[in-house]
Design a protein around this ligand. Sequence first.
Ligand code: GLN
Length: 526
Amino acid sequence: MSCNEEPMPFKAPRDYLPYAAQWEDKIGAFIEFDPRRVENPGGDRAGEGRAGGAALPPGTNPAGLPFAVKDNIAVRGFSLSCGSKLLERLKAPYTATAVEKLLAAGAVPVGKTNLDEFGMGSSTDNSGIKRTNNPWDTGRVPGGSSGGSAAAVAAGMVPFALGSDTGGSVRQPAAFCGVLGLKPTYGAVSRFGLVAYASSLEGIGVLADSVRRCRDVFAVIRGKDPLDQTSREAPDGAPPLFKPPRAKTIGVLSPEAVARAIAGAAAERRAFRQPEDRDGESPETAGAALGIAAQAAELEPEVRRGFETAKAGLAELGYRLTDVEIPSLKYGVPAYYTIATAEASANLARFDGVRYGARPEWAENPDELIDKARQAGFGPEVKLRILLGTFVLRSGFQDRYYLRAQRIRSAIRRDFESLLGDGEYRDAAAAPCDAILLPVFPTRAFGRGAAALSPFAQKAADLYTCCANLAGLPALSFPASVEGGLPVGVQLIGRAFAEGTLLDIAGDWETAHPVPRPAGYRSFWS
Ligand code: GLN
């Protein structure tokens, strides 16, 4: 379609509504769901007209399509629970800019999807509201924290959904459910209307049923927004989103390179450990923690097979593959959890039962009111992270944790820049790689409960995803294969504002390897 053509409004086939309802019964992807809205988008309660009349780039056509929004992104009149008991009854009083832009393009929000409370988790089981199942196997989790969005897209209930990615929450559930998951460059999409978890790491991302759809939706939602001072347009010189110059070289970060990096961390720790690092921590605990971390990063055989399939397939498509190392990666998880929890403890201070959310029946004084509201409202993972955050920020100790984490963050950014080039596109000379290929998560969708994958192991496994957030770079997860009945995803990380390059490579892949679908899937959208 050209940009001047009137988009055809979508007419839902009669069996769409029962189809969506049946899937929802099976997987519980939504916290609030009304697919009938797609037939009657008029009188929309969500739009404020802020982004009205936005010119769409040629080729983009979400007009009339239903879409889902993670329940930590505001859509006026819809719930905004953030997966938390504390905000269970909150209705959003305004609409996020990314959603505004989709409304202006004619897309129709049909519901709010389940998530790990405030985006904290990798399974969606940390939701205080409900459980969501993986459409490929309802006994398994959909991944997280944008698990509801990923499950809804994978089941064909909606062609695309918005999620948020602070440390992998769009890419990991996309991989678990077998769909596309794009985490844009930091600042490429406005965060206005996204409830903050860790502001310097996160952004709104896209989960979609195809590369083309992912690109179209990103084309609509990106851009500078006066309501978010960290948002910006792509700099001159960044590859165009449509028809980017063909990428040639993909750096491969192999599981072996990652294992070497982690082994290096353990050795450095033994060599450089300062006596003051030791208080309150026995050597056994520290050693055990590193052991679990190394184990957790190890790929299960099926994921390794999927990764090898992706490598072979990309080489067959004509890409030049070259092995790369990212030495600083080994400190990614500790740096991520230091910064993310520090920011979370500050961002979540606003939820006090006074201005937002559930209030206790009775309290003697304001302090008690806040105590009771937070005690009853937040789940255990959120409480753990607030405690960790206040611990790393406590007075006199910033040097030891927070500032150290920031230095690691800079080192990670530099390591990526040396492979991909910097984000300002000042250097005309080609960088060594157009993108970096790496796993998304060491396992496929896991089963329920700590026995399947402990909370600590889940955090250690964020190694593959959280570095793109620390570096602020775009990353795209796409389905590489189906192993033992479950999808395996791989991801590409690119130079800042090179989303077009990543989508281009994944598009090539998709032409040769169509997106896999779970049993019972039907597509209602072209
Ligand atoms: N698993 C990561 C965490 O728990 C990712 C979360 C996210 O990206 N929102 O923090």
